[in-house]
Design a protein around this ligand. Sequence first.
Ligand code: SAH
Length: 256
Amino acid sequence: MDNHTVPYTTLQHLRIVMVETSHPGNIGSAARAMKTMGIKDLRLVTPRKPYSQETWALASGANDIIEQAKIVPTLQDAVADCQIVIGASARSERTLQWPQMDARECGTFVAAHLPQQQKIALVFGRERTGLTNEELDHCNTLVHIPMAFDFLSLNIAMAIQVLGYECATAVRLATPDQSVTADPEEALASAEALEGFYTHLEQLMIDTRFLDPENPRLLMRRMRRLFGRAGVTVSEMNILRGMLAAFAGRKFRERS
Ligand code: SAH
């Protein structure tokens, strides 16, 4: 492969998710940005308007991406089969900090994980309001494209272009890590598996009165931040679920 060619097959596992996009034209521009970078998988979470003439005009040769795009009701549905979920944020600070990368670090991170057959989602928010905190809870990490002014934001398709470029470039430059194991037990657990774990953990914390459902504070968000940062593997997830089940058994035996 010559040095200017992006290995498109590697980018097959990269998904772009657009949440409640308002302008049909932006979906067309996003598809064009994706196609130019060799990214094909587009999921749309409840777009606010149907496709319009502008969608197809701005897609300009990337119609196939829109035709194959899946429309789903929630962000959770869009990322259920992904092991890594990265939220693109126009802001660089939040009250409770989620881990954050800049665009270049994101490219390097994606290039390091894609060859392991892991599905990675890059999630983009609404044009006016971005992503909600609840949606950020479904992300392992955030990415911010540094800008000259903090009070501005990029057009969503341009943000997709920049991050798509960084990912494609990093993939092109990366030499595959031969030490990476192909053992499925050592692959990262999926978002769906993590959601099951959080539900289990929360219920057990409520049952043991560690967590007061009337006053939950930020406990679950902090737990999501902790485990999202950890990069839990399939085998580690089995241990965690086994531990929770064992703790629950202990509690019930003590009561009887
Ligand atoms: N006022 C909104 C801006 C949304 S722009 C806000 O403060 O969140 C629409 C989407 O484009 C954002 O949700 C984000 O996914 C993406 N985006 C815009 N500028 C970005 C930047 N500098 N870095 C990363 N993503 C950006």
